[in-house]
Design a protein around this ligand. Structure first.
Ligand code: ASP
Ligand code: MG
Length: 405
């Protein structure tokens, strides 16, 4: 007998018809002799609908109330799922985040899970129930207020519950078949991966492959939870996200990712002396803007240029901050460019194979794609290019690294 945690995303439970189909699958999993805990997302579109309702009433709705509001989407789908399961003869209970002991910090709308007291869930599964859990939510340690875990947070609920229960497997059901070597909408012969390491998945998730919330992968890695990503529309074998193994290291590049949600800002002619970068990036961080790539040029005559990328939505805010600083620090001009994108290659094999970056640059240059900035980590090389070349770059790299079917 195995303990299986399943998570069903918004499209998987997007209608009562879909809920019936998923309930049948849960019933089938259970009748094979497994214990089953299922986490559900809100029905497709519901979270957005709730956000829009609030925005219609206030430009900046209070975050505590947003959490109370948004958590209701998952309450609905979890209750409906349990109602259906009971109707088809499978004993089920639905539980909110609070009821199943998920304690978070108090950062409303993007809370982090602190602890899970899984006793109640255990009691139910030991008594032969299927437990359906409303994803994406918990309660804060301090005030017991309802919190939510950020967009896509049900993935994290699922993996965290799987870790707390020491489940044998965490299955994430979605509307794609698994993790691909590139976005199949861009590269028609992209290949589904049988398995991928946690660290590669983390890079791909942060690079805009939105299949899993990044924190769920962090949890998986920390507690060694095998995560299977698969489709609730086809039930084909999916992609296993797991520990690194020797096979994975033999492969140079596992996947190509792209992210158009990037803008580049540049502040020129700043003094090249200690404390300047700190002033600039503290100001940006104080405004909760996530900085990605940073490039500082070698200085000439004691002056240098600093450029960096931020998510497009934050570009205007970042520009205002820089303009402010530019006046205070007597720098040169501030400029920005929203028509850029980031393309990246990811693979644990890079660690042991030299020349991978060079191969990437060569492939891009063969298509005359200019590289505007580069950053690397142990298992990733990213290039900033003009946005209009994104698809061409992804296809070119996919081919250059032999990833096609
Ligand atoms: N319903 C939430 C969202 O749309 C959480 C989730 O689906 O994982 O972001
Ligand atoms: Mg999702």
């Amino acid at each position: 007998m195995a303990l299986i945690v399943q998570k069903y995303g918004g499209t998987s439970v997007g209608s009562t018809e879909r809920i019936k189909i998923v309930a049948d699958h849960i019933k089938k999993t259970k009748s094979k002799g497994n214990q089953v805990v299922a986490i559900v997302s809100a029905m497709a579109g519901d979270t957005d609908k709730l956000i829009n309702l609030a925005r219609g009433l206030s430009k900046s709705p209070s975050e505590r109330e947003m959490d109370l509001l948004l958590s209701s989407g998952e309450r609905i789908s979890s209750a409906l799922m349990a109602i259906r399961l009971n109707d088809i003869g499978t004993k089920a209970v639905a539980m909110t985040g609070r009821q199943c002991g998920i304690i978070t910090d108090s950062v409303h709308t993007k809370a982090r899970i602190r602890s899970i007291d899984a006793d109640k869930i255990r009691e139910y599964i030991d008594n032969d129930y299927v437990v359906i859990i409303a994803g994406f939510q918990g309660i804060s340690e301090i005030n017991s207020d309802v919190t939510t875990l950020g967009r896509g947070g049900s993935d994290t609920t699922a993996v965290a519950i799987a870790a707390a229960l020491r489940a044998d497997l965490c299955e994430i059901y979605t509307d794609v078949d698994g993790i691909y070597t590139a976005d199949p909408r861009i590269v028609s012969n992209a290949r589904k991966l049988d398995k991928i390491s946690y660290s590669e998945m983390m890079e791909l998730a942060s690079l805009g492959a939105k299949v899993l919330q990044i924190r769920s992968v962090e949890f998986g890695m920390k507690y060694n939870v095998p995560i299977m990503v698969l489709s609730s529309f086809t039930y084909n074998p999916g992609t296993l996200v797991t520990k690194e193994d020797e096979d994975m290291e033999k492969i140079l590049v596992s996947g190509i990712a792209s992210d158009k949600n990037q803008a580049r800002l540049k502040i020129s002619n700043v003094d090249d002396k200690p404390g300047i970068a700190s002033k600039i990036f503290s100001a940006v961080a104080d405004n909760n803007i996530n900085v990605d790539m940073i490039v500082q040029n070698v200085s000439e005559n004691g002056k240098t240029d600093i450029s960096f990328t931020v998510p497009k939505d934050d570009a205007d805010k970042a520009l205002n901050i820089l303009n402010d600083l530019s006046r205070k620090l007597h720098t040169g001009s501030v400029s920005y460019n929203k028509d850029i994108a980031k393309v990246s290659i990811v693979g644990v094999g890079m660690r042991s194979h030299p020349g991978v970056a060079a191969q990437m640059f060569k492939a891009l240059s063969s298509e005359n794609i200019n590289i505007r900035a580069i950053s690397t980590s142990e298992i990733k090389v990213s290039c900033i290019i003009d946005e209009k070349y994104t698809e061409l770059a992804v296809r070119t790299l996919h081919k250059a690294f032999g990833l096609e079917k």
